[in-house]
Write a protein that binds this ligand. Sequence first.
Ligand SMILES: Nc1ncnc2c1ncn2[C@@H]1O[C@H](COP(=O)(O)OP(=O)(O)OP(=O)(O)O)[C@@H](O)[C@H]1O
Length: 326
Amino acid sequence: MTSSAITASGLRKAYKDKVVLDGIDLDVPTGTIFSLLGPNGAGKTTTVNVLTTLMKADGGTIRVAGHDVATETKAVRAAIGVTGQFAAVDELLTGRENLQLIADLKRIRPAESKQIVADLLERFDLTESAEKLSSTYSGGMRRKLDLAMTLVGRPSIIFLDEPTTGLDPRSRRTMWEIIRQLVADGVTIFLTTQYLDEADRLADRIAVLDGGRIVAQGTPAELKRQIPGSHVRLRFASDLDLETAATILTGATRDAEDDLVLRAPSDGSAKSVRDLLTHLDNHNLDVEEFSVHTPDLDDVFLALTGKTSTTDTTDTTSTTDPKVSA
Ligand SMILES: Nc1ncnc2c1ncn2[C@@H]1O[C@H](COP(=O)(O)OP(=O)(O)OP(=O)(O)O)[C@@H](O)[C@H]1O
């Protein structure tokens, strides 16, 4: 049986008469990574602030780690860790001192806390730099220290606000590995990120927030399937072949950049691609190159949040008759 680490039902929040969250429902199973996506101003920070008890909701029922955020604030706070934009790292302290400070604030006994701090430094590969001032740390080291500080209290749910913003590719990968390891250990992660590829790689489930509502929710694969856009890109040897192909392929559209390319809708499966090529072959049409394209999370995001999409769905250069296709 899977339990829920976070549930929200009918979460509402307004700033004066400006409704920011208009009835949000969320369910984050324990030990999974959940990512909340949305354009700027969609209400992500407000959602996180409510879930982490920093802000009170105007309506709805919200439970975090089994506790009601409205009435059991203390118990919720004891179960969660929040890291990210608040950057808790004190630059005037060393890495070890930063961790020790958190342990002291959490009233962990000195005998125990020394070991916890040493273990965390080791785990985050910070032992060598432990006695250096954190102001001398790189961005990646600082993020790791920030997350290590969150882990001092052994939270079961961690809110990660843009954990890799500004990091180089290598540090991002290291952070992803750390996050995956936390989840393998049973921790639940609530992730906000501006990188869709990060959500795609890490999240078990994603919710897209727009206009105060969740406009889509599911696994990355489910979200990608929700929008049209899979297609086969076909490059022909001549204009004549392309013109003929355009008349026999349903829904085919011309490529905006290459005059010899058609894009034919397809689910990308081996069978449909084979049927498509056979169909063209039967008409003696010479395909020079082909490639299969599936929508990525960028396409999903743009389609769902109503911004200009780069997918085929907005392509208006179609020249074809809707005739029978392969
Ligand atoms: N204290 C406040 N008073 C009034 N309006 C606010 C307040 N905080 C946020 N807002 C507004 O609420 C909306 C949602 O803000 P929020 O910060 O939750 O969005 P976000 O999705 O986190 O955005 P971003 O990606 O830019 O951080 C925005 O229109 C913002 O201007």
